[in-house]
Ligand binder design. Structure first.
Ligand SMILES: Cc1ncc(COP(=O)(O)O)c(C=O)c1O
Length: 126
């Protein structure tokens, strides 16, 4: 028997999600930012999806940002916060166990003058 224990990295897509997404792999595939009809159709679907997610987590639709990957989301969040709050200080504390997408973003921020401290986490044993 196989047991998959890495669902935080990638997980099986729920059948209901697969069903809902199928039309967008075959019938509706226009770039949602394009002005033509194909784009309008998918653009409407993205707007509706953004509203649905916003309603579920009680956010504003403008606060929902779709990214293409976890690494892109890490980059966006870390750089966004670092730059928005740089007037309060440029020292960031993180840990050595972070995903490379997180670690490399912090290393890159060092080139923009941020000081980064990586804390080594140790397991405590009695
Ligand atoms: C925190 C974190 N960032 C980034 C990734 C990588 O995601 P992607 O392959 O979608 O860029 C993972 C995957 O496990 C992750 O856990």
């Amino acid at each position: 028997m196989k047991v998959y224990l890495d669902n935080n990295a990638t997980t099986k897509v729920d059948e209901e999600v697969v069903k809902a997404m199928m039309p967008y792999f075959s019938d509706y595939y226009g770039n949602p930012f394009s002005l033509h009809l194909f784009g309008n159709e998918t653009g409407l679907a993205v707007t509706e999806a953004r509203q649905t997610i916003a309603d579920i987590i009680k956010a504003k639709p403008s606060e929902i940002i779709f990214t293409a990957s976890g690494s892109e989301a890490d980059n966006l969040a870390i750089r966004g916060i670092a730059k928005a709050y740089k007037h309060r200080g440029k020292h960031i504390i993180t840990s050595t166990i972070e995903h490379p997408a997180v670690k490399n973003t912090f290393i890159d921020l060092m080139e923009d003058g941020f000081e980064v401290t990586m804390v080594h986490l140790m397991k405590m044993v009695l």
